[in-house]
Design a protein around this ligand. Structure first.
Ligand SMILES: [Zn+2]
Length: 430
């Protein structure tokens, strides 16, 4: 198995109270289709198939592949696949998902959302969404397994200073004015819970946005082949994080989403399924974490780097309040596998937003890199940071020597050997 972080979802991430909410575009794309009338789904599917056959849509590789092999995809094919995925039911395609809705004066919305699977086996899902007066999410909840998945395991977050947590008031559904002490990790940082906006929550949010105009959706699928996303899932069992990446690459983020992210109101983060680090890289990563925490960085989850390249990876993210961030890169894709210690060697990607870099009077950086990022170790380069949707000046370095000697005397030499094999290829932008 490849070494690195195994992603589950990627999406727009907001923090309210002690919850981290991830809104993946894959949930919204599917809910968008779920909320179409059955006739419209058939009509749109036929339209997409025709576009792919006529070569007008180059952006739907999975649909194109199925057409090449089988000549096409009929509505009945889709229905059959949906049934296979959802306990022999095609409710996703032929049933209106919103069964009941109600709203309180305080901006709390209650929904009953139909399940896509066997409704006889389990109840419909109750969804509760709280919005503030400006239409921002305060919290949301659902009864389904996706929402209730335990994503917090080993996944603490210390975006808040531990000193400040004492005076912290938990609002929304959790608050009654009482001070609540969040759980802490071993370093004394508060534990955050990560929640995913599932299909049901996404359907409810679409309903609030489209029927009531009280919420602004983070995604716009007008020019995005959402049927490709549906086919990736129901025909190919591609994981949601891949569908999220596809939708983000196709331009699903609204201008508003990009603006709010680049202004620091929210981020684009990855919910992990699992991490697969060998013991040496794990020890280096733990060492880096301790070192970074001493420098006032805190663990901030996971994010995608180098999107749209063969080196796309999910890194472990540490952030600092001045806007700087450090991403730890550790992935088989970089080819930094060392046979001596049987380990994938981690690298440090340090990022400074361009505006901070400029404010500090540093020399302008024009270098961009291509190919294997770790081949450019030691070179400052310009990069688009997916997590913050901003331009950053980055540099990739090896873990500091003191950390390596403390762990394993051979490591320093190991990095030297690996680095000789990967030749740097910096590209200067004209
Ligand atoms: Zn749900």
């Amino acid at each position: 198995m490849d070494k690195g972080v195994n992603e589950l979802y990627e999406g727009v991430t907001i923090i309210t109270g002690r919850q981290k909410y991830i809104l993946p575009p894959s949930s919204f794309a599917e809910a968008h289709i779920g909320m179409m009338k059955p006739g419209e789904i058939k009509h749109q599917l036929e339209g997409v198939i025709e576009e792919v056959i006529n070569g007008r849509s180059a952006e739907a590789p999975v649909i194109a592949e199925i057409i090449r092999k089988k000549g096409g995809i009929s509505y009945e094919d889709l229905e059959e696949r949906v049934r296979k995925h959802h306990e022999e039911r095609a409710s996703l395609l032929n049933m209106e998902p919103i069964k009941d809705e109600d709203v309180s004066g305080g901006g709390v919305w209650y929904f009953v959302v139909k399940r896509r699977g066997d409704a006889r086996g389990e109840r419909d899902r109750k969804v509760v969404i709280s919005l503030d007066q400006r239409g921002n999410i305060v919290d949301f909840s659902c009864e389904c397994p996706t929402y209730n998945k335990n994503l917090a395991k080993g996944n603490f977050d210390s975006l808040m200073n531990p000193k400040e947590i004492y005076g912290y008031y938990l609002g929304g559904n959790f608050g009654n004015g009482a001070l609540v002490q969040p759980q802490r990790d071993v370093s004394g940082f508060p534990l955050f819970t990560t929640r995913i906006a599932c299909y049901h929550v996404a359907s409810a949010l679409i309903q609030i946005a489209q029927s009531h105009g009280k919420y602004s959706l983070p995604f716009d699928f007008t020019n995005v082949a959402i049927f490709e996303a549906l086919v990736m899932d129901k025909f190919k069992d591609r994981k949601e994080a891949d569908i999220d990446d596809y939708l983000i690459r196709q331009g699903a983020l609204t201008e508003e989403t990009v603006r709010r992210t680049s202004e620091g109101e929210q981020t684009l983060e990855v919910a992990k399924h699992s991490t697969n680090f060998d013991k040496y890289s794990h020890r280096i990563i733990q060492g880096l974490r301790r070192m970074l925490e001493q420098r006032e960085y805190s663990f901030s989850g996971f994010a995608t780097d180098f999107r749209g390249t063969p080196y796309k990876t999910t890194s472990v993210v540490f952030t600092k309040r001045d806007g700087r961030s450090v991403h730890i890169l550790c992935d088989s894709k970089f080819g930094a596998y060392d046979t001596l210690v049987d380990s994938e060697l981690p690298f440090i990607l340090s990022n400074v937003p361009v505006f901070v870099w400029t404010e500090e009077g540093k020399q302008q950086v024009m270098t961009e890199i291509g190919g294997n990022p770790i081949a450019n170790t030691g070179t400052h380069f310009l990069r688009f940071d997916e997590r913050t949707q901003t331009e950053v000046v980055s540099v990739i370095t090896r873990p500091p020597r003191e950390l390596l000697t403390g762990l394993e005397a051979a490591y320093g030499r190991v990095y030297e050997t690996i680095m000789k094999e990967i030749t740097p290829k910096p590209v200067i932008r004209q």
